[in-house]
Ligand binder design. Structure first.
Ligand code: ATP
Length: 352
């Protein structure tokens, strides 16, 4: 593993025939970080990952790994490990043989190969299964073998292409945490592709949000959630209600208003005027309808869905927008058509 194991993309374009599926993207992943490429299906995540692996070459632009330009270097000339969603294990080989296969390109002695493979298996906690065949393992264990096979070469960069897609929801949480723990333990630079925003938020140092072959925004999970820079990011990461209204001066403070309704007190640095705002579903709160405050508005429940830990509501506002709300309280769900008052926690609002 090199000391510098950064990955840099400079104006990288990838076209298939005449279709540009990656349109001049720029980013840098620093050594030892886990960065996720996140975006909807077809936005170019996998193509970007495959260009890092050398499985696709860029149409134009430059790719650097560990400070060296590799734009035209094939996969075998790059020290990169890759974990696929399908695991891609050989069914006729034992776990240990599968992991050794990762080293077959390196001219190591047999004993040395087994030693390295056993060490990689110990790192993923599977030493005791080394003589088993893949069919004798669970999906999560097979994925760990695939990870062992990709770390055994001590790659400069480890790539994950939707590695949890074949696992059930509960196991997905466990394995994603295992991947993050392992990545931090061995300190490898990792780039991870997913279309699942929760997965990206849970494991990443930084997230590169992609849309239609372009980068919409790069930031830490917290930064992207709190400060989306555009409509796509606001709505793709964590759901958001989009409303249009006015920031106006009230008696003592500045408020965001739609028609005569004050939605929330505004304390940011935007000037008076018309704006689009994005409101997180959990920023909407029920207000006691006996004594609603000035900074609240009436609404009606169109639909409620009880989901155990929380209830999802669709609300209708007097100005005609519908709002998506999530209530995490222990209260009984309210019936459809109930009239209520709503306030907004301004911490869950962003103005783009
Ligand atoms: P998903 O989450 O569905 O895997 P993605 O974001 O990873 O999507 P890519 O697999 O990178 O998207 O594909 C981006 C676009 O490039 C898609 O429209 C896809 O059809 C197209 N594409 C990918 N590989 C090829 C190829 N070899 N030839 C032609 N078009 C391709």
């Amino acid at each position: 593993m090199s000391q510098d194991s950064s990955v840099i993309f400079k104006n990288v374009v990838k076209a298939f025939n005449d279709t540009h599926v990656v349109k001049s993207i720029n980013f840098q992943v620093d050594s030892g970080k886990l960065v996720t490429l996140l975006g909807p299906s077809g936005c170019g995540k996998t193509t970007t990952l495959r260009m890092i692996a050398g499985l696709e070459l860029p149409t134009s632009g430059e790719i650097y790994i560990s400070g060296k330009e590799v734009s035209k270097v094939s996969a075998s000339g790059r020290n990169v490990g890759m974990v696929f969603q399908s695991y891609a294990l050989f069914p006729h080989m034992t776990v240990l043989q599968n992991v050794c296969y990762g080293l077959s390109n390196q001219k190591s002695k047999k004993e040395e190969m087994f030693e390295k493979a056993e060490k990689a298996l110990a790192t993923v906690g599977l030493s005791h299964f080394k003589e088993r065949y893949p069919s004798e393992l669970s999906g999560g264990q097979q994925q760990r073998v695939a990870i062992a096979r990709s770390i055994v070469i001590q790659p400069d960069v480890l790539l994950f292409d939707e590695p949890l897609s074949n696992l059930d929801a509960k196991l997905r949480r466990q394995v994603r945490q295992d991947i993050r723990d392992l990545q931090q333990e061995i300190g490898v630079t990792a780039i991870y592709v997913t279309h699942d925003q929760e997965e990206a938020l849970a494991i990443s140092d930084d997230i590169i949000v992609m849309n239609d072959g372009e980068i919409s925004q790069i930031g830490s999970p917290n930064n992207l959630y709190k400060h989306p820079e555009n409509t796509f990011v606001a709505q793709f990461i964590g759901d958001a209600n989009k409303l249009t209204g006015n920031i106006v001066d009230n008696a003592e403070n500045r408020v965001f208003k739609i028609n005569e309704h004050c939605l929330f007190t505004y304390q940011g640095d935007k000037t008076v005027g018309k704006y689009d705002v994005f409101i997180r579903p959990n920023a909407l709160k029920f207000v006691n309808s006996e004594s609603p405050s000035d900074i609240s508005f009436p609404a009606k429940i169109k639909k409620s869905i009880y989901l155990g830990s929380h209830t999802e509501y669709q609300l209708v506002t007097p100005w005609g927008d519908s709002l998506f709300m999530i209530d995490y309280s222990f209260d009984e769900p309210l019936a459809n058509q109930t009239k209520i008052f709503i306030s907004i926690d301004a911490r869950g609002v962003s103005i783009v």
